[in-house]
Design a protein around this ligand. Structure first.
Ligand code: FAD
Length: 361
């Protein structure tokens, strides 16, 4: 049985940008949520990005509810430390109750039916409503590629890439044709011999368009589709399009932003491409994306075979005390971005406030 559980009305798992946005709306509705975060400090996934990572649009397009992000000091797009500083200042400004580092390893139904139980090392909590805002960083995706087990070099996912120095002088395969792949290629191309593996030809945005253009076009499409209108054509490549941030542009201008095409299999010291070419590699960096980090919800048995949980808006269909925010379009249009999280955070907080009022009657 163990020690008596602490009881709170609302717990939020994750204090990254999504958890903070929900907390802001809850606080405005008079509810003080408890946020539990596995990280050592503020910033969510931004703590783990590479040193040269920046937002791909200006500060004003990346604002959480209530308090705008200050412009970048150098007039460009905000740097990773600037985003982390903003998130840190945001949580201090609103005085959220955040416990760190606390990892939730299990969410289950309380045996007496009253609320959900959250457990983990040193944690025994019961909450009336639970928000999952765990992001994706801790669930990197590495595709199953023949020969991967035999590769003898260094392998890592973009989630763990930080800076170019340790790849200096090496042959590096960068696998993945999205923004992570393009940015890491740009970062490394000055110090390493890089081969860029992409399944399809990468879609490079025109230089004068930034992340806002992708966002605006995708939003216009989503609105038109929801109204039954004819949507504007997607930008080629959609949200996978590569934003030509200055280092990526510079790599292109040096002739380095060139895809070698798709891979057939890895070899102990390199790769065989689909066109039959062999490429030497001392290191492989997988820039192959992430999936929602929902492992702690497994005891609720809500996920389908693809690992997704059916939702009505942000509320789990089969567990009305559970809310999911920030995981991408299935939990709200563009909700995995700073500029896109506000509508789903607002709706989630409104739903939780209504559920708390009902519970109090
Ligand atoms: P996170 O920021 O990942 O926060 C989740 C928090 O939950 C973390 O602090 C984590 O420690 C905690 N957590 C996870 N599991 C548990 C658990 N079991 N128990 C307790 N705590 C837990 N977005 C933009 O808006 N603009 C951009 O320009 C942009 N560029 C990007 C570039 C790259 C290369 C990448 C990879 C992402 C980019 N993003 C960008 C997306 C953005 O970084 C993430 O989508 C965003 O951080 C998601 O926020 P979140 O709060 O949902 O998750």
């Amino acid at each position: 049985t163990g020690p008596q559980a602490t009881v709170v009305p609302v717990a939020i798992i994750g204090a990254g940008q999504s958890g903070l946005a929900v907390a802001w709306f809850l606080k405005r509705a008079g509810i003080d949520p408890l946020l539990l975060d596995a990280g050592a400090g503020p910033g969510g996934a931004w703590v783990h990005g590479w040193d040269s990572l920046r937002l791909f649009s200006p500060a004003e397009a990346n604002t959480l509810p209530g308090w705008p992000m200050p412009p970048a000091a150098d007039g460009g797009f905000p740097t990773r430390p600037e985003v982390i500083a903003y998130l840190a200042a945001y949580e201090t400004r609103y005085g959220f109750d955040i416990r760190r580092p606390v990892t939730v390893t299990g969410v289950s139904r309380a045996t007496d039916g009253a609320g959900l139980r959250l457990t983990g090392p040193g944690l025994n909590l019961r909450a009336g409503q639970v928000v999952a805002a765990t992001g994706t960083w801790s669930a990197p995706v590495i595709p199953d590629i023949e020969g991967a087990g035999d590769f003898q070099g260094l392998m890592l996912h973009s989630a763990h890439y930080d800076r170019p120095d340790r790849f200096s002088g090496l042959d590096v395969l960068i696998i993945g044709g999205g923004n992570s792949g393009a940015q890491i290629l740009a970062d490394l191309s000055g110090v390493a011999r890089c081969t860029w593996i992409t399944e399809h030809p990468p879609h490079l945005l025109p230089d004068d368009l930034d992340g806002r253009a992708l966002f605006q076009r995708a939003r216009a499409r989503a609105v038109a589709l929801s109204r039954g209108d004819t949507p504007p054509a997607p930008l080629v490549g959609g949200l996978q399009s590569i934003v030509m941030v200055p280092p990526v542009r510079a790599a292109r201008d040096r002739g380095r932003l060139v895809s070698a095409g798709p891979i057939r299999r890895l070899r102990p010291r390199g790769a065989e491409l689909v066109d039959g070419r062999m490429v030497k590699a001392d290191a492989v960096i997988w820039c192959t994306g992430f999936r929602p980090a929902l492992a702690c919800l497994a005891p609720l048995r809500l996920a389908n075979a693809a690992g997704q949980i059916a939702v009505d808006g942000n509320r789990a269909l089969d567990e009305p005390r559970l809310w999911l925010v920030g995981y991408g379009d299935w939990t709200g249009f563009a909700s995995a971005t700073l500029g896109g999280i506000t509508p789903s955070a607002r709706a989630t907080a409104a739903g939780i406030a209504a559920a708390c009022r009902l519970g109090a009657e």
